[in-house]
Design a protein around this ligand. Structure first.
Ligand code: C2E
Ligand code: CA
Ligand code: CA
Ligand code: CA
Length: 279
């Protein structure tokens, strides 16, 4: 009825006010979090699909909120991007991931690929080159393989300047991985134009690849296409043995997901990496 519609509308606008209020609060708290460095990195292993040994780690940021505990990135990255706070957060993430990777080297782990998520906002700033140039002069960098994970939207919104920036950063020995592949307006031309050497198949395709015929075909097509362009492939969100078998049979290069491990604190990651090496 009309009455119901009106009530709904009212509830809706109250919800919107609540959402807006919460956003302002998170934004204010996020500023404090940046000043006080209330962030921590977790590391999820990326394993070789054939040998099962750990090939690398993806660094994933969490916010150590004084009242709310560990806050997942999905709850604050978008706000950080809108407010520009992603720039200091992203800089911290990059430096911390590289510091940790060097510490693992010192502790006796073999050199690993360390993957860091980079927001499109960071890519529209020239500061990214200087940030990575500075990082590249720190100890251990020559033995660490830094991979920047970018999404298709970065490439879609990109200009010649982005392409130049990517190539300049690439000259420092940095590789690029195209994240969440298949979810955006994937275009083969991006893969040809930009210096990307790796794609990550999005979890949404991997999770149903064993049961859903069209997802299976899609995953297969992405792997074959990537390989024919000379790119390596990681499957994200692998949770079951049958998914791993499916992917291995189709020559997927790397696997990441809860089947191997959830993202771990640095010390737990180190122990797991040693164990997987010994096997
Ligand atoms: P992403 O880059 O696609 O990262 C993978 C996400 O999937 C992670 O969530 C990871 O914990 C989760 N995941 C991994 N394996 C499985 C699995 O087998 N099953 C399921 N259900 N989930 C799995 P997380 O850590 O919550 O991160 C969410 C997103 O936040 C990331 O998605 C990334 O887009 C963003 N993010 C995380 N750290 C950073 C960062 O330092 N900078 C930026 N700009 N974004 C970040
Ligand atoms: Ca990622
Ligand atoms: Ca992803
Ligand atoms: Ca994602």
């Amino acid at each position: 009825s009309k009455q119901l519609g009106k009530n709904r509308c009212q509830f809706y606008s109250q919800d919107m006010q609540e959402v807006a209020r919460l956003r302002v609060q998170i934004e204010a708290e996020l500023r404090v979090a940046v000043e006080r460095r209330q962030f921590v990195l977790y590391y999820q292993p990326i394993i070789d699909a054939r040998s099962g040994s750990v090939n690398g780690a993806e660094a994933l940021v969490r916010w150590q909120h004084p009242m709310r505990g560990l806050v997942a990135p999905d709850e604050f990255i978008a706000i950080a991007e809108d407010t520009g706070l992603i720039l200091p957060i992203g800089a911290w993430v990059l430096n911390e991931a590289l510091r940790q990777a060097n510490e693992w080297l010192v502790q006796g782990l073999p050199p690993l690929r360390i993957a860091v998520n980079v927001s499109g906002v960071q890519f529209r700033e020239q500061g990214l080159l200087e940030l990575i140039a500075q990082a590249s002069r720190k100890p251990g960098f020559d033995r660490i393989k830094l991979v920047l994970e970018i999404t298709e939207s970065v490439l879609m919104q990109s200009s010649d300047a982005t392409e130049t920036l990517m190539r300049e950063i690439g000259k420092l020995g940095v590789n690029y991985s195209l994240d969440d592949f298949g979810t955006g307006y994937s275009s083969l031309s991006y893969l040809k134009r930009f210096p990307v050497d790796h794609v990550k198949i999005d979890r949404s395709f991997v999770s149903d690849c064993v049961d859903d015929k069209s997802d299976a075909l899609l995953v297969e097509a992405i792997i074959n296409m990537a390989h024919s362009l000379g790119l390596k492939v990681t499957a994200e969100g692998v949770e079951t043995d049958s998914q791993r078998e499916f992917l291995r049979a189709r020559h997927c290069d790397y696997i990441q997901g809860y089947l191997v491990s959830e993202p771990l604190p640095a010390d737990e990651f180190r122990i797991l990496a040693l164990r997987y090496q010994a096997d």
